[in-house]
Design a binder for this molecule. Sequence first.
Ligand code: GN1
Ligand code: MG
Length: 367
Amino acid sequence: MQENNKLKNIVAQFVDSADKADIKPLGKGHINDSYKVEVDGNEYVLQRVNHDIFKNVEELQNNIMRVTTHIRKKLTEANVTDIDRKVLTLTPAKDGKLYYQDEDGNYWRMMDFIKDSMSYEEINPELAYRAGLAFGDFQKMLADLPDGPLFETIPNFHNIESRLETFRDSVRSNKVGRLLEVNDLVKEIEARAEEMCKAEVMHREGKLVKRTNHCDTKVNNILFDKDENVLCVVDLDTVMPGFVLSDFGDFIRTGANTGAEDDKNLDNVGVDLAIFEGYTKGYLENAASFLTETEIENLAFGAKLLTYMQTVRFLTDYIDGDTYYKIAYGNHNLVRSLAQFKLLQSLEDNFDKMQEIVLANADKYKG
Ligand code: GN1
Ligand code: MG
């Protein structure tokens, strides 16, 4: 964590009276550092953007500006009230840029804090339904984003073929000597590799489209108000072109897990079908009208794919010696990999039921 004076100096690049600012750490992200800032009665979120991971912060911030401007326009046209709590508002630096680079080369940005909001690590079927409506609506609002596709802030981010290539490189170089310990899991990953690449294959064959996706639909990236209504979707760093099955899948991976993403007790981990059903219903209520048959048929597969992908990503980082994700203890990435793999097995065991739920809701809402 940065020391307070340094942080105040950064805040001063964005707003006045920064010397009086109250600054506290915020949130549970694995990538950026976030702080809540209160100054002169106004509340902001200050973030250090992880520049090792997001190589082009200027384009990243441009993406967020394009996305939030477009959503704001849609909300205004629909006469939605309280718009400032329903879409993020970036706070530009005093020089007009959407970020500030400090003398150590770190990139910083500020946005308005959304008042009286909360996020959850665990939810219930009703909240999952509301979250499904929200992500369906998010994709729908961005379907006619002007000026062409968004910049790819992390190239091949949700491309499992590319993730597997990186994984195999890490296995081959075994940099920190952890391979022996994870051999069984490596075999489990390889056994499923071909099946998991099918979305990329369908895309090349012209059967599966890309749309503007959120690409980090973790359950804790939705803000709710105190009455548990959805306010908005946050963490827009990875909004870029992708498969809808991947946004669907990442929510199920995080929201419909009976355990934690890094649960040490694997007995806790498994898919909660009631939450799966709630989310599916909400999502398809808003999205069935614009999805193709192939997209719908592969939503449940998306839950397996994203859980598999996360297993591969955590395990790659463990084998590499923990260079990507923030960790809280020595074998955190291994614990995460095992918990994600356990969830994958549960998704495989329940796949037919999930597929049935998707198809029933698609029938209902396709009209
Ligand atoms: C990261 O920063 P956070 O926690 O929202 C990651 C996601 C992973 C997630 C795993 C840029 O998201 O892709 O799914 O951790 N973001 C990036 O919990 O890699
Ligand atoms: Mg996040």
